[in-house]
Structures are given as structure tokens and as C-alpha cells.
Design a protein around this ligand. Sequence first.
Ligand code: BG6
Length: 478
Amino acid sequence: MKFPDNFLWGGAIAANQCEGAWDVDGKGVSVPDVITAGSHKFPRRIEPGFSTEYLYPSHEAIDFYHHYEEDIALFAEMGFKVFRLSINWTRIFPAGEEPEPNEAGLAFYDKVFDCCRKYDMEPLVTISHYELPYALVEKYNGWTDRRLIDLYMKYCKVIFERYQQKVRYWLTFNEINAGTLYTGTMSTTNNFKGFHGSLADLEDKPGQRYQAVHHQFVASARVVKYAHEHFPHFKMGCMIGFLGYYPYTCNPDDVLGALKQKQMVDWFCSDVQVRGRYPSYSRRFFEEQGISIAMEPGDAAELAQGTVDFYTFSYYMTFCLSADPKVEQTTGNLLGGAKNPYLKTSDWGWQIDPKGLRWCLNEIYDRYQIPLMVVENGLGAYDVKSEDGKIHDDYRIDYMRQHIEQMGEAIADGVDLMGYTPWGCIDLVSLSTGEMAKRYGMIYVNKFDDGTGDLSREKKDSFEWYKKVIASNGEDLS
Ligand code: BG6
């Protein structure tokens, strides 16, 4: 099992789950800033009134905004070759529509990227990771409005121009396929204009969601084409939340069900972004769902001209698909599915399937034949300090070891895998529940669900372990 010499080992975070400083240096209100903390039992709420009754985890998060030097130094100590992070749109255009960008916001990311470069760490930048200026929700109902394409383009032109010497790898939208699912209403398509209340009461409007995703496809393609023309050294990628569905049994209904599920959940968005056109199977889906997507005459050409250079994805779990409604179901990040009796689950009930990663890597590479990267993967767990005051997270090491082994197997299978950036390399706010208690990091952050904590950073056992893995280029996983 050998990883290529130039394999990009690193870690991943997102602005809204880490930065904090939500109203500092001219930053505007973004969607996560109006979403309250929740838990396993209590769904998060959209409450733009900023009531003191609620806690808003993005407001301070882990305060990466003021700790980035310390954090990046720790990543460098682990040997990161790449650091995946996102730019918060509202630091650059606070309400999304200002004539000029906010210089203080631009200057912040200059400092962050310079810091990465100081350690020879390649930034991998997600342009839009589950945040949008909240003003664009209130004015346009999020991505349902076609005018967002131009606003996104304007934002991209500014950041490309500014960071062209510092950033080469870009991802246009985080988990763009989330928008094809109900959960994406809150995180991706943001079509909840005027809604206040519990996310459990958020109405699903599939027609609006798919329209919004279409606008994101066009926005992504336009930006990719622009980048290729003006910044030929850029590498532009898509990012998919990959869910892998096994047929629960060899009953043909399960097999066909899994195929259909994978088509619209796993493949649909990347088929558009990698192949440059809507896949044929989507026609029947839209007809049967009664969904009609408004497209403009030039859209097909734009999609064809703006295909991505590499494919990235998050991988946390797989599911089964069963035609039998009595089969037990289980949950995941974007969607649920039938429980797999062969798999264990995390503290949050997510199924753990390292071999599934090898399977998915093979399937994706067989389909697209372009370089791949696993840009999210990890174990969200309760970390408890031992008597010696340290976090001995052997469960996280086991999880990572098994997934890295399977990436090695996939490379041996012939998959062109560029890199690995495990999620939440430093503890951060959970997207689904808004909790701090769901920790992914190799670096512990002293911050708790009730908002207390001095934000100090400590290394977990996984820190030293991952350092060794990177130093040996994946050979020493002991
Ligand atoms: C991915 C998202 O879906 O899952 C991340 O891109 C998110 O933003 C991650 O944090 C893990 O999910 P959660 O709910 O455990 O934070």
C-alpha cells in the first residue's frame, strides 16, 4: 500500500463553524449567524431576532478569527501539506450586493493564506460552505433567484484577483447535492425567506430547491470557465456529500432502488459538474416529481464549458436501500437509509464503513476518470478527559486508520487520489446540531455547548498519531 509522493495530507474546516467574530471588521450577517444551537433531541432554529433566549454558536465558534496563527502552526506541526478552509462571503460582501468589497475582510484571508504559505501548506478554498449573506435570503429567497448567479460571480472575481498568488485549489460549493435534499434548505439553497422557528417545521419545497441547485450549477460553471480563462494555474473542483447505497438484499427491487437512489443523490450533481450536462435519468425523475426547472437558452452551453478539473467529496457513512418499509432505518448527515447489520455506528448513530470508502472511490473514479480527493471524513465523538487531563482518543485513531488503509487499497486499485483532509481537524461547531460536544478534532478546543470555555487548544493522542502518518506518507499507521 503506497501513497503517491505528492499526496496532499491535511485537514478541513469551514468559516462559519470556526471563525466566530461574526460582526467584527465589517462582516455582515450570514445564514449560520441566525441559526441557534440545538442538540440530538432539539432541532436548531432560525431566529434572526438575536434573542438572548438563544445561543448562536457561529458568533464565537472556536474564534479561529483570532487564533488562526496558533491553529495553523499546530497544523504545520502535524505536517499538513494542505489545509481546506472556506471564505465567509459576508466578510467580503456583507450583504452580498455592495458596490465595493470590504477591505478588512479581504485582509483577514490574506493573513490566513500567508500563514499557510509560511509553512508550505497549500490552501484548498471552498468558496461557499453553507453560508450566504442573510440579506440575500430576505431579499431574494436565497438561491431560488437567478440574480444570485451574478452576485456569486462578482464575489468570485474579487477573491480570485486578490488571492491568485496564494491559492490554487478552489471548490465552488460545499456538498452541492445537499440542495437536492430537504436538509439543504437550511444549509445550501437557503429558500426560507421570512421563516422563523424550528428547523423541524421548515417546509420542504422540492421545486424551489432544484431550481436553486440549477442556479448553483450555472454559477459554478461560469466561475470555473472564468477561472480557466484568467487564471490557468487554478484547479477548480466540485464537492459532493457522497452517501453510497448498498442494496439491502439481492431482491431486484432493492437493487433497482439503490441504483435510483444513487443516481439522484450521489451522481446527479457531479454528472452535471464533471460531464457538463443534465444526466438522462434525471428527466424521468423530474417528470414523475412534477418538477419543471426554468432554464435560459445559454445555460446548457455554460454547463458544458465549465466542467471541473477534480472531484472532491465528503465521506462519513453508507446506507442500505430496502424496498421493505419494515426494515429498520438509521440517520446520517444529509439523509438516512436502511440500517446495515454489518456496521457499527458512532455516538451520533452514523454508520462507520471504512471499506465503503474504497468502494465509493472505485465507483467515482470508474465513472469520471479525473483526480479525486477526500475532503471530509472523520468521527464525531464525545471526548472525555482522562485523569491525566488528556484526551486519549484511540477510537478516533482507529476510525482514521481504517479509512486511510482503505484509501491505500483504492490507490492500489488504480484510483487517482490526490489527498485527504479529515473534517474538523480542530474541534468545531457541528453543522447538524450546533453542538460543540460532537468533536472531530485532533486538537481539542476548550469550548462547551453552553458557550463557556477559555478557547484554549490541546493536542489529543490522534494529533501525534496523524503526525506520524503524514511523516511516513501513510506507511506507519500503527
Ligand atoms: C458535512 C458538512 O456534511 O458534514 C460539514 O460539509 C459538517 O459542514 C460535517 O460539519 C459533519 O456534520 P456534523 O453535523 O457532524 O457537523
